[in-house]
Design a protein around this ligand. Structure first.
Ligand SMILES: Nc1ncnc2c1ncn2[C@@H]1O[C@H](COP(=O)(O)OP(=O)(O)OP(=O)(O)O)[C@@H](O)[C@H]1O
Ligand SMILES: [Mg+2]
Length: 531
C-alpha cells in the first residue's frame, strides 16, 4: 500500500502553541519529578525554599513548619507553613497557579528561586498525580485568604475552586500551602529529613519543625541574626550574551548608545563606554532601537574586549564564617569546626563567593570516610554529587597535607565533614534539576583555595590531638612498668623502692609537659608544608 504523504496545509492545521504547563506536564523530569521519591523531596524543597526567600527579603527570622502525612499507600499530604510577609490577594492565585510567574527572574540578586516555576511546578505535579486542588492560605497581616486552586494546563492559568476570607485578630502573616501528591517516603541520605537537616545547617537563623511519617523533629535556631540583605545589581558586560543585549537595546529607556552603556550596565563609566563604541565602530548618539543585528554583534564583541573592573558584589549574601561554623557545629555535633569565606570572585561576568567549613571528631561517624555537604545559594544539593564542581574540588585537594589519608580520585578518609557553599546571582547548574554546579575553572580554583585555607587550620588541631594521644599512650605504658622497674633499680642502687617509684612518677609527669611542648613546634612545621 502506498504511503500517504502529508501536505503542508494538513501540517499547518496541526501547528499550534504549546502552553508551558502542558510542556512541563509531559517533561516533569526537568523540574525534578523523575521518580516518586524525588518528587516528594522536590515538593518540600520548593515550598521551603520559597518560605526562606520570602522571610529573608522581609527581614523576618524564618519559622517554617513542614508536615508530611501518608494518606494512602504512596500518597501524601504535604503542608508547608511560614511566618513570612504573605502574598497580596490579587497575586495569590497567579503566584501558585501559573508556571513561569514569579518575582525573582528579572533581577540580578542572590536568592534561592529564580524561574517562577518551583511552587507552581509542585502544584502541577500534585494535581497530575492525584487530581486534587492545592490549598493556599495567605495573609499580609490583614484578612486571611484561603483559596483552593488548580492549574488550567491548556491555558497555563490558575483556576480558583473556592475562596474564603476571614478576620485576622492575631495579625498572623505568612503562607500555608497544602497539596496531595503521589510520592514515596524513604529515610537516609536522599530523603526529606536529610534535605531539611542540611537546610537547617546552611540556614542556622531559621527554625524548622518537621512532622513526618517517622515522627516530629525540631531544628532549632542556632543564630539570631540574618545575613545581610543582598542588593540588586545591573548586568555586567562580561556576563551578557548577544540575545540578551538585543532585548536590552530594544527595551531601554536611554535615548542614545552612550547613555545605554553607562546606565544599563554595572561598571561602565563614560570613558569605558567611549572605548567600547570606538572598538565597535559605532556612533554613541545613535538610538539603541536603531542598532542592527550586525552592529549588536560588534557591540557585544567590543564589550568583552574592553578592560572593566569586576561587578559589584553586594548582590551576594554569603553566610559568613560565624554562621557557617554555628550551622555545621549544630547539626554535626563535631568537636572542632572551622569556616572560611573567600572574597568574591567572578565567572563570565557573574559575581560569586565560595565558603567552606570543615568539622572534625565528636559525633561524626567514625567509619565511611568524609561526608560532603553541598550547597548553592543556601540550598542543599542532594543528587548528582559526582558531576558537581564541589566534589571535583574536594577530590583535587591533597588532604594528606592536612593529616587525612586519601586515595587518588577519592574523598578523604577520617572523621570529617566538608561543607561547601556556592553563592551567586546566577548558579551555573549542570541541568534544570538544580542538583550540581558546573565545573568552571574559576569556580574550582576558588573552592580549592577555601578548602586549603580551612584545611590548614584544621590540620593544626588534628596534629595536636594525634600527638597528645600518642604522648598519653606512651605515658600509660611507662606507668604500667614503673613498679617492675623500681624493683630492679632497688637491687642495683640499694635505694628504697617507694622513693624510686615517686622519682619515676615525677619523670612521667615532666615528660607529659615536654610532649605537649614538642607538638607546638611540629604544628608550625606542618602548617608550612601544608601551604
Ligand atoms: N512562601 C512565600 N511567601 C511569599 N511569597 C511567595 C512564597 N512562595 C512563593 N512566593 C512568590 O511566588 C512566586 C512564585 O514562586 P515559585 O516558587 O513558583 O517561583 P520562584 O521562587 O520565583 O522561582 P523558582 O522557580 O526558582 O522556584 C515567587 O517568586 C514569590 O514572589
Ligand atoms: Mg521558588
Amino acid at each position: 500500500m502506498a504511503e500517504r504523504i502529508i501536505t503542508a496545509e494538513e501540517l499547518a492545521q496541526q501547528l499550534r502553541a504549546v502552553s508551558v504547563a502542558e510542556f512541563f506536564e509531559k517533561n516533569r523530569h526537568l523540574l525534578g519529578y523523575e521518580n516518586p521519591t524525588k518528587a516528594l523531596i522536590t515538593i518540600v524543597k520548593e515550598f521551603v525554599d520559597n518560605s526562606l526567600d520570602a522571610c529573608e527579603e522581609a527581614r523576618i527570622l524564618p519559622d517554617v513548619k513542614v508536615v508530611v502525612r501518608e494518606v494512602a499507600p504512596d500518597r501524601f499530604k504535604v503542608r508547608v507553613e511560614d511566618n513570612g510577609p504573605g502574598i497580596v490577594e490579587e497575586k495569590l492565585s497567579l503566584a501558585f497557579g501559573k508556571l513561569l510567574y514569579g518575582s525573582k527572574f528579572h533581577r540580578l540578586k542572590m536568592s534561592r528561586g529564580t524561574q517562577g516555576l518551583g511552587a507552581s511546578g509542585s502544584i502541577l505535579y500534585s494535581q497530575l498525580t492525584t487530581g486534587k486542588p492545592a490549598k493556599v492560605t495567605s495573609s499580609i497581616g490583614k484578612d486571611i485568604h484561603e483559596i483552593e486552586l488548580m492549574i488550567d494546563v491548556n491555558k497555563n492559568e490558575p483556576k480558583i475552586i473556592s475562596h474564603k476570607q476571614e478576620k485576622n485578630p492575631n495579625k498572623w502573616h505568612g503562607i500555608k500551602i497544602e497539596v496531595e501528591t503521589e510520592g514515596r517516603y524513604i529515610e537516609g541520605k536522599q530523603s526529606v529529613m536529610e534535605y531539611l537537616r542540611q537546610t537547617a545547617m546552611c540556614n542556622p537563623y531559621a527554625k524548622i519543625i518537621y512532622d513526618g511519617p517517622a515522627g516530629k523533629i525540631e531544628f532549632e535556631r542556632g543564630a539570631k541574626e540574618l545575613p545581610p540583605l543582598p542588593r540588586e545589581i545591573k548586568p555586567h558586560p562580561y556576563g551578557v550574551e548577544v540575545g540578551l543585549l538585543r532585548r536590552m537595546l530594544a527595551g531601554t529607556n536611554s535615548r542614545n548608545l552612550t547613555g545605554f552603556l553607562t546606565s544599563d550596565f554595572s561598571r561602565v563609566g563614560r570613558n569605558s563606554a567611549l572605548e567600547i563604541l570606538k572598538l565597535a565602530k559605532l556612533d554613541g548618539n545613535k538610538k539603541p532601537v536603531d542598532i542592527t543585528h550586525d552592529e549588536t554583534v560588534e557591540l557585544h564583541k567590543a564589550m568583552q574586549m574592553v578592560k572593566l573592573i569586576g561587578p559589584p558584589t553586594d548582590c551576594l549574601s554569603p553566610l559568613g564564617e560565624k554562621l557557617l561554623e554555628e550551622g555545621l557545629r549544630k547539626e554535626t555535633k563535631a568537636e572542632f569546626v572551622v569556616a572560611v569565606t573567600r572574597p568574591p570572585s567572578v565567572y563570565r561576568g557573574n559575581p560569586f563567593e565560595i565558603e567552606c567549613a570543615l568539622a572534625f571528631g565528636g559525633e561524626l561517624p567514625q567509619e565511611g570516610g568524609a561526608q560532603l555537604f553541598r550547597f548553592a545559594n543556601k540550598m542543599p544539593l542532594l543528587y548528582h554529587a559526582s558531576d558537581c564542581a564541589t566534589t571535583e574540588s574536594v577530590i583535587d585537594t591533597d588532604w594528606r597535607r592536612y593529616a587525612f589519608s586519601q586515595s587518588s580520585g577519592q574523598l578523604p578518609q577520617g572523621q570529617l565533614a566538608i561543607l561547601i557553599h556556592f553563592a551567586s546571582v546566577w548558579v551555573p547548574y549542570t541541568s534544570e534539576g538544580k542538583q550540581a554546579i558546573a565545573n568552571y575553572e574559576e569556580i574550582i580554583k576558588e573552592m580549592k583555595l577555601a578548602l586549603q585555607e580551612a584545611g590548614r587550620q584544621l590540620a593544626i588541631y588534628v596534629r595536636r590531638k594525634h600527638k597528645m594521644k600518642e604522648g598519653q599512650m606512651r605515658r600509660e605504658l611507662f606507668e604500667k612498668y614503673i613498679p617492675e622497674l623500681a624493683e630492679s633499680l632497688e637491687k642495683l642502687t640499694n635505694d628504697k623502692k617507694e622513693k624510686l617509684i615517686a622519682g619515676l612518677e615525677k619523670i612521667v609527669k615532666r615528660n607529659g609537659v615536654k610532649t605537649d611542648g614538642e607538638e607546638t613546634g611540629n604544628d608550625k612545621e606542618s602548617e608550612t608544608t601544608g601551604k
